[in-house]
Design a protein around this ligand. Structure first.
Ligand code: 2RA
Length: 348
């Protein structure tokens, strides 16, 4: 029999992409049950070409569920993932609640698929979208060259902050479109007024060097996630990681510049060969022809796109890369679906 899958948080930004992905990928599922907050219960959503009614999040909603994917806020996952696990479901959680728990594997199927099998709490975590947008490419390079240090900057899309992030950028764009704003200090801020949504500053006609909440010594939670999660996924607990996270006026697709230092000298030719053949990676790198990945082309696609591959000018052991990944697909729903498929393959 095919396993029963629950999608918890089916009506959110990632949940909606999840329903598309479940409709597009090879279908390994029996029943797919859609679960959301009581206020969304009763809504009907399309999955695999059928309308399915959303049920409210209760303990009974997990009856008979083999695998439960969660895309809900941290505090909801903290409360409900253990409930689903206690009812016998394997939970694949996309919140930050369990990622750094030593008893919860943090899995990227192209990088550390074996980790999914050791899950003493019955919970598997999906990494944060910023980590996920670069880690498949980095994992492939690490397997060949041995990573020693990372320096990254992110260019994060507003959909990383959920539907509120997207609505905020669209509203701000409507307030500044066709104006001469962006020419004097504070003019964009005044035009946008209170409509900053989940962001600390206007994001239209702007870049904002902040994502997440404040952590010690001025670091943001997002920056700490990129560092801690990269270390855990790659199995390099002491990897030096310097990261600055920045929000940009892009709807979907996180981009990163990456300076990666390796154990020995690297060549661009070898790096290109690795990236061109790694599963889940597309090399798009022909600057002479104006070819490099950008969010406008990458949105809606599954792979990690890599361009601008160069050897560091002052360090023959280091590479410079520009990486793009759809933060709602590989960055969230797709990786969760891939993990769930790994678990499903164990069950049948
Ligand atoms: C963001 N990475 O882009 C976060 C969401 N998980 O805001």
């Amino acid at each position: 029999v095919r396993p029963t899958l629950a999608v918890v948080g089916a009506t959110g930004a990632v949940g909606m992409v999840m329903l598309q992905i479940l409709s597009q990928r090879a279908d390994v599922w029996g029943e797919i049950r859609l679960i959301a907050s009581p206020r969304s219960a009763g809504r009907k959503l399309a999955v695999r070409g059928e309308q399915v009614e959303v049920v409210a999040l209760t303990e009974e909603a997990f009856d008979g569920v083999d695998i439960a994917m969660f895309d809900v806020p941290d505090e909801v996952a903290e409360r409900w993932a253990p409930v689903a696990a206690a009812k016998g479901a394997v939970v694949v959680d996309n919140s930050g609640a369990f990622r750094m728990d030593p008893d919860v594997p943090l899995v990227v199927p192209e990088v550390n698929p074996h980790a999914v099998r050791t899950r003493p709490r019955g919970i598997v975590s999906n990494p944060n979208c910023t980590t996920l947008s670069m880690i498949v490419a980095l994992g492939a390079l690490h397997a060949e060259f041995g990573l020693r240090e990372l320096v990254v900057s992110s260019y994060q899309a507003v959909s990383g902050a959920g539907r509120a992030g997207v609505e905020t950028l669209r509203q701000q764009l409507s307030l500044v479109a066709g104006t001469e704003l962006g020419t004097t200090p504070g003019d964009v801020r005044r035009a946008v007024g209170d409509h900053t949504g989940p962001f600390p500053e206007p994001v239209a006609l702007n870049v904002v060097p902040w994502a997440g909440s404040l952590r010690e010594d001025g670091w943001s939670s997002e920056e700490m996630k990129v560092r801690d999660e990269s270390r855990k996924i790659l199995g390099l607990p002491k990897l030096p990681v310097a990261v600055t996270c920045v929000r940009v006026p892009v709807i979907t697709v996180h981009s990163l510049t990456v300076h990666a230092r390796f154990q020995d000298e690297v060549t661009v030719d070898k790096a290109r060969e690795i990236l061109a053949t790694a599963p889940g990676v597309v090399l798009c790198d022909d600057p002479a022809a104006g070819e490099f990945p950008t969010p406008a082309d990458v949105v809606g696609t599954d792979p990690t796109w890599v361009g601008r591959v160069r050897r560091a000018l002052d360090d023959p052991t280091a590479l410079e890369l520009f990486v793009c990944g759809d933060n709602l697909r590989k960055g969230a729903a797709l990786n969760t679906a891939q993990i769930a498929e790994l678990v499903a393959a164990e069950l049948v």
